[in-house]
Write a protein that binds this ligand. Sequence first.
Ligand code: SAM
Ligand code: SF4
Length: 431
Amino acid sequence: MLESYVRKKLSRLFTGESEIELKDRIPSFEELNRKFQDIDELGLYLHIPFCEQICPYCPYNKEIYNPDLAKRYTIAVKKEIDFYSNIVGNKPITSFYIGGGTPTTMLYSGIEDMLEHIFDSFNMQCEIHIESHPNHLSSDNLNTITSMGVKNLSIGVEALQDRHLSTLKRPYTTEEVKKIVNRVVNKNFKCVNVDFIFALPTQTYNEVEQAGQILAEMGVDQVAAYPLFRFPYTKMESNGVESIFNLSTILKRRKMLGILENIFYDADYDRTSVWAFTKKGIPKYCSVTVPLYIGLGASGGSYLNDIFYLNTFNAAEYIKALENGGTAIALSIDLSENMQMAGWLYWRIYETKFKKMDFKKRFGKDFDSEYGKYLKPLALPGFLKDDGEQIVLSDRGTYWLHAFEDLFSIDYISTLWGTSKQEPWPEKVVL
Ligand SMILES: C[S@@+](CC[C@H](N)C(=O)[O-])C[C@H]1O[C@@H](n2cnc3c(N)ncnc32)[C@H](O)[C@@H]1O
Ligand code: SF4
């Protein structure tokens, strides 16, 4: 009750709206064509909604892999690529990310075909970033992945103690996953990212320290260390969800993240986002890096300046929609300028540093006039440094400002993804 009241008030302050409503208004080909005309470069996201198992904590859009569905999914994604290549033409695609689910479930069963079609249809001016499951990273599969042109690979390691792997129901032991990571590190990728989850039930500070040290010693290029987020619609949380206002959880996470910060800074890594540490001199591994992007596949989201829209989450419905010659867009929202600016600021805080000039370039407005009154007072307690041109968040500021953002994001994601998972074509979703 109190949470929802605070959220509405703050939302109104930053976006001008106390509620954000996505509706089943589907933009037409002509409307999208007009929107693309003003865009110089784009990012591309491809969602693979298949996994070999469903992990009890996972909020992402996925279902159990099925070879027949994967075959039809490949054909549907290729139809969606054709739809967009007619609109995008020769505009450069400068960032490309394949996420899931588990993209590597589709090795030898469609992913190569989809990639070929993407590179034939778009003006691709970027490298491939792809997520993978440790159990898919045999030497043969790694050779296939590199031969597909992948330069940046992420591995969902999640924990490095058997008891925590068992809580998360991950299908490998610590020793096995360490061998897999070593194999990948020796494979000459530009950036190898390892995903790691901390603040697990009964996890101790010593265990976090031990796992962090192992990761740094293994020489991975980047570690994305997330606290265990709790989503009410996942199996792990079906017995009741901890409030995001729970101060002891917030403080425990902060202390654990502090332990990881010390380890990675000592080992020559820089912070590259709230949760990621990247070795100095290595380009960071992250999702689509340009502001405007197209999302392909079930649950793919697209953002084109003043509109955000989302495909249906249901893989079978996604396939059917494209087989019938339509698009798979299920929900859209027209974004006011205030909403676009609030979204821009959300992601810059996530990245922990930004130039005010970039705000001016994007919106033609002075950053300080819009947000100075909120951010300036945060310099005093040491949450950030403002040299007039650039804002850089301190470790403390990064954590607390993001914890504040989580007041919105976790709830928004839970509502939007939870509803979209249950209803393939919702009439509307109110956040
Ligand atoms: C799509 S999955 C990664 C690839 C692959 N499916 C796997 O599980 O190995 C993306 C990452 O999100 C993180 N993640 C998933 N659920 C999470 C949760 N509830 N809290 C924190 N991180 C989570 C995990 O670190 C996971 O590796
Ligand atoms: S964590 Fe990875 S493997 Fe597990 S359900 Fe989520 S996407 Fe699939």
